[in-house]
Ligand binder design. Structure first.
Ligand code: FES
Ligand code: FES
Length: 167
């Protein structure tokens, strides 16, 4: 039997400490160990983007990281961003624009969009497409996804301007 490695991390703001097999991926640990099944696994080789999570604020492929490598880190999954309403406007725009069908890819795409929209400035459609180049979606053809992300980028920029004008 494999010896388990003790790890500690925060996941969606909650402290977690447990033992994991050295070869267990962060994706499997989140899904099976913590039952956070919003993080999906597709290719398990870093190509499809279904497994994206935030590790210490950076968007990473949880299928390419061992859980032990995340020891001491702060992890955010789609459940955390959703529960804290951090991406409520993105989720609403995806509904408005019909930017999802089966939804398998959607949590990874929302992670990509969240990372992109956390950067300064308003991304162009080309920049949105470029950011999405690591996310595979088999259902929607991407146009509606780009539309949804663009509309949120513009709405957020507008509300920043309004806040600045009122400050
Ligand atoms: S499952 Fe991680 S990139 Fe596809
Ligand atoms: S909505 Fe089905 S794979 Fe993207």
């Amino acid at each position: 039997m494999t010896d388990l490695a003790a790890i500690k991390m925060t996941v969606n703001g909650e402290a977690v400490s447990c033992g994991v097999a050295p070869r267990e991926t962060l994706a499997d640990f989140l899904r099976q160990g913590l039952e956070l099944t919003g993080t999906h696994t597709g290719c398990e080789m870093g190509a499809c983007g279904a497994c994206l999570v935030l590790v210490d604020g950076r968007v990473v492929h949880s299928c390419l990281m061992f859980a032990v490598q995340a020891d001491g880190s702060a992890i955010e999954t789609i459940e955390g961003l959703s529960d804290r309403s951090v991406i409520a406007d993105l989720q609403e725009a995806f509904h408005e624009r019909n930017a999802l069908q089966c939804g398998f890819c959607t949590s990874g795409i929302l992670m990509t969009a969240h990372g992109l929209l956390s950067l300064p400035g308003v991304p162009s459609r080309d920049a949105i497409r470029d950011a999405l180049s690591g996310n595979y979606c088999r259902c929607t053809g991407y146009e509606a996804i780009v539309d949804a992300i663009e509309v949120v980028a513009l709405r957020r920029a507008e509300s920043r301007q309004t806040e600045e004008a009122g400050a």
